[in-house]
Design a protein around this ligand. Structure first.
Ligand code: MTE
Ligand code: HPA
Ligand code: MOS
Length: 803
């Protein structure tokens, strides 16, 4: 295992990493499957008598079997199992439990659902027509939008259509519930949010939280799709386990998972922009509408993040953003990498492209004119947060040079004049992603660190590992603080009986929050060990506790300080090493040194134990200074921003509409990475995932809102051939982010938004065609080959209008 590899890299490669469904089948274990609606909105009745005739079928459960048949992250509005009425195709109507997975799958086919259809709302336009909304419309406003438009030299308006996006985690939603003695249950779940999963299980089953333990060892990907939607799956399995007093396993097939679970929210955004001859924006009005699906899930919070990212990287003096979540009869849409951010940013970026096209300027020039700068107060967002540690101008300058933008722009222009087979486009887009949960109370974490007598460490936090490497990062922070190799410690499976009241591992802040808590916990131990070492090393070795067998009590060394209390992981730390030093004691390379005398770390641990110094500790961390007033839409919503830029070059086939992404250059500011390799992995993975969203991933529903593209055969995620042939990733050196633990910056989501450059590059390519001499293409997301072909020849396709 190399120093920077993922902590599970070797077991993943060997096939020995354990995911939930890899757990050995227990004696008496049963298998559950979910019967779900195929209609969008209907009254229904059930007949499951046929299913029960099969001798391998053990039970069928319906809404009547659930103690509290309601759950929900923000609003408790969603039944665990639908009762009398279904609100979307994919909604659970019954659970079957059988002796084998196959028997459960057969049984589910035998459950008859009789539907009596009700009117369904299946699009944002439909929802608007019927005033079908979730929660009130929200606004964020700054400056004087009216007068900005009144005095504007130019104005443009339009609509941006953004479709959904399936998470396509390789491991479907899954849970196994084990009934324990005395009415308790232990649930192994693939969840980003063990605490909420515990609470939903307890609530739905009428249990106390003390009787429910949820364990998450790892996920085979989550991407936001397991932030809220893992919980009902766990509750279903637990329902079976408690009722039958036998272990119950529920693992969705890929197809069922795709049909049942919500996606990235589709958005349909209206905008109006006012700008001058140079493309400097003076006023922007954006109205964001999202498709929330049938229940609220996280959609209102996602909308808030979209609203907070509608400026993207640009200073807009007069701005008004409205956000409204539509209630439709689709699966409840949910968190997905970027969490609303990408929909706000895509809108801002297409507006920039359109302004540039309108004025005949290069879009990069328009971006440079509007980007946040520290000069003249052009560094404050529409929600009144000052953009500190702003690298955007520097990032623009560097990428323009490094990727030879100007040269390539003129080559492309020439190419497009000469080729009637292909047309090329080039685009640079930035990202400024706010790091913190916009829900203030989620910005807390706790951690426990244990040092065993052999001196190895175990770390437990509320963070969940979904492939992003949060465990490796936390482990590196803790071990480096103690001057140890990463292999000296292990991050343990996340369990609600060790770390309670935790937040989801989401908002890219898993390492920020849990790493800080773990660091605070280990520093408490380090503080005690430091005082102890300073006293121990003053004594001749012959008087050390371990050398005075039988005289232990007399030889005991008493430390005076027992508790270090701090909420700041950077407090007392040397900025260069990131480490804190107490009592002049140094921890380095497995050796502890004080005033020229030293002891090996394992020996120190033994001596400390014999002197009854505590070798475990726990800490809580909360992010300071988040003061965002939601009612006024004003204040510091984020601790800091992760920034970056990307340049995409694309080639479109003029006969088929085929899109090839030829080259991508990415430049990001990730502060001082704990693990550079994992960060680069996150940047490339997030970009490619975003590239899929803006190009090939097309969700197709039938007229009942039932997802037809529910497998890789019909839903096209990027594969290796789609990866840009030239794919450069570089990180800017930034030693000056003092806001966050060890000067790191969160990486999980921000690079996904850089894939918007691929979408703007596609639109940019189309502007070279005569069709778009005076108008702007505005190809939707995803810009599939089909959508691109339509845009190339709008007349030819006019009779097949896109819905
Ligand atoms: N990387 C992998 N390999 N798998 C995932 O599921 N989820 C992303 C991102 N990177 C994800 C991933 C999302 S949506 C988030 S919010 C962050 O990881 C969460 O982890 P972090 O906060 O530890 O970065
Ligand atoms: N990001 C991700 N998940 C969340 C957030 C957020 O900002 N707020 C609540 N859940
Ligand atoms: Mo990530 S969408 O915040 O789980």
């Amino acid at each position: 295992m190399s120093k920077n590899s993922h902590d599970s890299a070797h077991t993943h490669v060997a096939g020995t990493s354990e995911f939930v469904d890899d757990r050995p089948i227990m004696r008496g274990e049963l298998f559950m499957d979910v019967v779900y609606s195929t209609h969008a909105h209907a009254k229904f009745t059930l007949d499951y008598s046929e299913a029960l005739k099969d001798e391998d079928v053990v039970a069928v459960y319906t809404a009547a079997d659930v103690h509290h048949n309601v759950w929900g992250t923000i609003f408790k509005d969603q039944p665990l199992i639908a009762k009398d009425v279904v609100q979307y195709a994919g909604e659970a109507v019954a659970l079957v439990v059988a002796k084998t997975t196959v028997a459960a799958q057969y049984a589910k086919q035998k459950v008859k659902v009789n539907y009596q259809d009700l009117p369904a709302v299946l699009s944002i336009n439909d929802a608007k027509k019927h005033n079908s909304y979730i929660a009130d419309k929200r606004f964020i406003e700054r400056g004087d939008i009216k007068s900005a438009f009144a005095k504007a030299k130019h104005t443009l308006s339009g609509e941006v259509v953004i479709q959904g996006h399936d998470h396509f985690y390789l491991e479907s939603q899954v849970a196994i519930a084990y009934p324990l003695e005395d009415g308790q249950v232990e649930v192994h779940s693939s969840s980003q949010h063990p605490t909420e999963t515990q609470h939903v299980v307890a609530h739905c089953l009428g249990l106390d939280a003390k009787d429910v333990v949820v364990q998450v060892k790892r996920m085979g990907g989550g991407f936001g799709g397991k932030e809220s939607q893992a919980a009902p799956i766990a509750a279903m399995a637990a329902l079976g386990a408690i009722k039958l007093n036998r272990p119950v396993r529920l693992c969705l097939t890929k197809d069922d998972d795709m049909v049942m679970t919500g996606k990235r929210n589709p958005f349909q955004n209206l905008y109006k922009v006012a700008f001058d001859d140079d493309g400097v924006i003076d006023g922007l009005e954006v109205e964001l509408f999202s498709d929330g699906g049938a229940y609220a899930d996280l959609s209102t919070s996602i909308m808030e993040r979209a609203m907070l990212h509608s400026d993207n990287a640009y200073f807009i003096p007069n701005m008004k953003v409205a956000g409204q979540v539509c209630k439709t009869n689709h699966h409840p849409h949910t968190a997905f990498r970027g969490f609303g951010g990408p929909k706000g940013v895509a809108t801002a970026e297409i507006i920039i492209e359109k302004i540039a096209h309108h004025l005949g300027l290069d879009p990069l020039e328009v971006r440079n004119k509007n980007v946040y700068r520290d000069e003249d107060g052009r560094n404050i967002t529409h929600y009144n947060q000052i953009v500190k540690n702003n690298c955007l101008p520097k990032l623009f300058e560097k990428i323009e040079k490094d990727c030879h933008y100007k040269k390539r722009r003129s080559e492309i222009t020439k190419f497009n004049q000469e080729s009637d087979e292909f047309v090329k486009g080039l685009s640079i887009t930035p990202v400024k992603f706010g790091i913190s949960f916009t829900t203030r109370f989620l910005n807390q974490a706790n951690a426990m660190v244990i040092i065993h007598l052999d001196s190895t460490l175990q770390i437990a936090t509320g963070a969940t590992e979904m492939g992003q490497g949060v465990n490796a990062r936390i482990c590196a922070m803790v071990t480096s603080e103690m001057g140890l190799e990463r292999s000296h410690a292990r991050v343990m499976p996340t369990r609600t009986d060790k770390n309670a009241n935790t937040s989801p591992t989401a908002a890219s802040s898993g390492t920020d929050l849990n790493g800080a808590a773990a660091l605070l916990a280990v520093r408490k131990i380090k503080h005690r060990l430091s005082e102890f070492a300073s006293l121990l090393l003053e004594l001749p070795e012959a008087r050390w506790p371990s050398k005075t067998a039988g005289l232990g009590t007399e030889a005991e060394i008493a430390i005076k300080t027992r508790n270090l209390d701090s909420n700041d992981p950077n407090e007392g730390a040397d900025w260069k090493s990131g480490k804190a030093t107490y009592f002049g004691v140094e921890f380095k390379d497995g050796v502890v040194t004080c005033k020229g005398r030293s002891i090996n770390f394992p020996d120190l641990i033994r001596e400390a134990y014999l002197s009854r110094v505590s070798l475990s500790d726990y800490a809580h961390y909360s992010i300071p200074g988040i003061e965002f007033n939601k009612l006024e839409g004003s204040g510091n919503a984020f601790l800091y921003f992760t920034q970056g830029v990307a340049c995409s070059e694309v080639t479109l086939n003029r006969d088929t509409g085929e899109v090839k992404v030829d080259q991508v250059d990415i430049l990001m500011d990730l502060g001082r990475p704990v693990n550079l390799d994992l960060d680069v992995g996150q940047v490339s993975g997030a970009f490619i995932q975003g590239m899929g969203w803006v190009t090939t991933e097309n969700l197709v529903y039938n007229d009942q809102g039932y997802l037809l593209s529910h497998a890789p055969s019909t839903y096209k995620i990027p594969n290796i051939q789609d990866t840009p042939r030239v794919f450069n990733i570089e990180l800017l050196e930034n030693d000056e982010n003092y806001a966050n633990v060890r000067g790191t910056k969160a990486v999980g989501e921000p690079p996904l938004l850089l894939a918007i450059s691929t979408w703007t590059a596609i639109n940019n390519a189309l502007t070279y065609l005569p069709t778009y001499k005076d108008s702007y293409p505005e190809v939707r997301i995803p810009a599939t080959s089909e959508n691109v072909l339509r845009a190339m020849a709008p007349q030819a396709f006019s009779k097949w209008s896109t819905p």
